[in-house]
Design a protein around this ligand. Structure first.
Ligand code: SF4
Length: 343
């Protein structure tokens, strides 16, 4: 019989709709690595209730790269970064449609377009709304997510009426630690955008980054803040220190720590679509498949300015571990495509 190290109680609580206490959350992050298998199995029980064994593949496109006046210390697109990246203006509609076709051809269920900068202009919104209408005309079932920075409710409403389903805007870290990773905008600005997006009736994709030098308390704060907001999608990024950024010298987390953090986000946000996001390959290495125990979505073909695992090996990894890639026809079979959190 499998040894019970006490982690089943996390699953039981999550399945009953209760978050772990702060003490329990911290204990999870600090658990001995030898306990990881039990922690993952407990997180899997929660993931299974809400998502079965399905894995949503997401493909990200950097629709405008670089030239951003904000100073997010982790970001290679910040004006303060000397990282060697391609910089370019907002891509044309035909280029973004090509990206949607590539995403659909690779089996992605969600196509995420990210635009560098503090926030979108009126012309950015108009351009992206027209682009999304064209994409939805060709791929009505492809989920569309936009990541545009700080925005207001009217901008979010315009995107929703064009067919956008999700807006991504991450909290990234705790309110306490936020000034250590960005000085040009505040945690409160991020909360304001997230709430405006929700009021506009869009689903919110909002998560964090682990490995920026934050404390365990900071990770717990983010997990609990996301629960309070009630986020539909919850990307968990693992810092990939990029040469030329202010966090280039950050110490990487261990794969076990990254996986425990993912499990904490799952226990705290049981019905959210927890996504193993940027830095998965670099930080989790050969353990990355274990991320599927807590996570229900993963990315294919890389991130904004860093490469990642291609679609085919990702699919093989998913299937080799006994999970299955989500298809269009799965929508509605187990859960609605859009679902409320706790708010
Ligand atoms: S994360 Fe976004 S807002 Fe911050 S520097 Fe990068 S592109 Fe700019």
């Amino acid at each position: 019989m499998r040894e019970d190290l006490g982690y089943r109680s996390y699953a039981k609580q999550a399945l009953a709709g209760e978050p772990p206490s702060r003490a329990a959350a911290l204990a999870l992050l600090r658990a001995p690595d030898e306990h990881l298998r039990e922690i993952l199995l407990a997180a899997f029980a929660v993931r299974k209730r809400h998502f079965g064994s399905r894995v949503k593949l997401c493909m990200l496109r950097n629709a405008r790269s670089g030239m951003c006046a904000e100073d997010c210390h982790y970001c290679s697109q910040s004006v303060g970064s000397t990282a060697a990246i391609d910089s370019y203006r907002l891509q044309r509609t035909d280029e973004l449609i090509t990206g949607a076709r590539e995403a659909a051809a690779r089996g992605a269920r969600r196509y995420c377009m990210a635009v560098s900068g503090r926030g979108p202009s009126a012309s950015d919104i108009a351009h992206l709304a027209a682009t999304v209408r064209a994409i939805k005309a060709e791929f009505p079932m492809l989920e569309i997510c936009l990541s545009l920075g700080i925005m207001d409710e009217d901008q979010a409403r315009a995107l929703k009426s064009a067919g956008v389903g999700w807006v991504n805007h991450n909290l990234n870290t705790s309110e306490r630690f936020y000034p250590s990773v960005c000085t040009t905008h505040a945690y409160a600005d991020r909360i304001r955008t997230v709430l405006a997006v929700k009021r506009a009736g869009l689903s919110i994709c909002c998560g964090g980054i682990v490995g920026m030098g934050e404390s365990d308390d900071d990770i717990v704060d983010v997990a609990f803040a996301l629960r309070e907001i009630g986020v539909d999608s919850l990307p968990v990024n693992f810092l990939q220190p990029i040469d030329g950024t202010q966090l280039e010298g950050a110490t990487s987390i261990t794969p076990a720590k990254g996986l425990k953090a993912l499990c904490l986000f799952r226990f705290s946000n049981p019905a959210s679509d927890v996504r193993a996001a940027g830095g998965r390959e670099r930080n989790l290495g050969p353990w990355q498949g274990l991320a599927l125990y807590p996570a229900s979505s993963i990315f294919i073909e890389g991130y904004l300015t860093t490469p990642g695992l291609a679609a085919e090996p990702t699919r093989r990894m998913v299937e080799a571990l006994g999970f299955s890639v989500e298809h269009e026809e799965d929508v509605g079979a187990g859960r609605p495509a859009t679902f409320g959190g706790y708010a």
